[in-house]
Design a protein around this ligand. Structure first.
Ligand SMILES: Nc1ncnc2c1ncn2[C@@H]1O[C@H](COP(=O)(O)OP(=O)(O)OP(=O)(O)O)[C@@H](O)[C@H]1O
Ligand SMILES: [Mg+2]
Length: 214
């Protein structure tokens, strides 16, 4: 897997809720795709949900093109290790990547029953805080065995974001205010908007910027 040094920091971080911020072309979407493939290959039965707000952007940005999932996985598809069926990528070991979109707040209920082991959100600032909190509350994991090196790191959230957009303020307050670059901090009681639970209370949050949202 080819990652730049800052992408490796986010990929390998012990934090379980991560924002990879930064400039256009900084490698946010690439990191999200590579992480999804790598974790699916290493953890049998993993359910990865990758979100963009708009379906068309999801397909253009992540599925098609020279660095999209189809290109990245073409060898594995040819060998039968992976199968791409519409918006779902199925791996030989039972792991799956679901390509999802959630345009408006009412659309979030489509994911009411989801058990999300890995939540990947590209362009987090395009989403409202209501949608983020809802999806975040679907993140849980039972019955999955992770390799020793990943103990305590799953379930996991990795988001990419540019500054601006409807979610700019909540992303800034949630991930950036009172956290310095590349730092992680424990969360839980700090934000009353979050539903307290043992899973959430033990998470920590990291902010890995290329260039921080203002
Ligand atoms: N580690 C890497 N190795 C090789 N190519 C990379 C790497 N990281 C990013 N790229 C390539 O650089 C280009 C820009 O990366 P990417 O699309 O992930 O950036 P981005 O931060 O999502 O940009 P935007 O803000 O415009 O969405 C893409 O062609 C991508 O495939
Ligand atoms: Mg991108």
């Amino acid at each position: 897997m080819a990652l730049h040094p800052k992408q490796w920091v986010a990929f390998g971080s012990a934090a379980t809720e991560i924002l990879y911020g930064g400039a256009a072309g900084g490698g946010k979407s690439h990191l999200i795709r590579q992480a999804a493939i790598s974790w699916c290959a290493e953890i049998p039965g993993l359910q990865v949900y990758l979100f963009r707000r708009i379906r068309e952007d999801l397909s253009k940005n992540h599925m098609e093109g020279p660095a999209g999932f189809r290109a990245l996985l073409s060898g594995w598809v040819e060998c039968g290790f992976a199968q791409i069926v519409e918006d779902e990528i199925r791996f030989w070991n039972g792991s799956k990547i679901y390509l999802c979109h959630c345009k408006d707040e009412k659309d979030r209920f489509k994911y009411q029953g989801a058990e999300i082991h890995v939540l990947l959100i590209d362009e987090l600032t395009h989403f409202t805080e209501v949608i983020y909190r809802f999806l975040r509350n679907r993140v849980r994991m039972t019955g999955i065995t992770v390799p020793a090196k990943y103990q305590g790191r799953f379930p996991r959230i990795l988001c990419g974001a540019n500054p601006g957009g409807v979610g700019h303020q909540f992303v800034k307050v949630t991930f950036i205010c009172s956290t310095s670059s590349l730092a992680s901090r424990p969360i839980g009681r700090a934000r009353p908007a979050m539903k307290p639970s043992s899973a959430i209370a033990t998470r920590s949050r990291a902010h890995c910027p290329n260039r921080s949202p203002r």
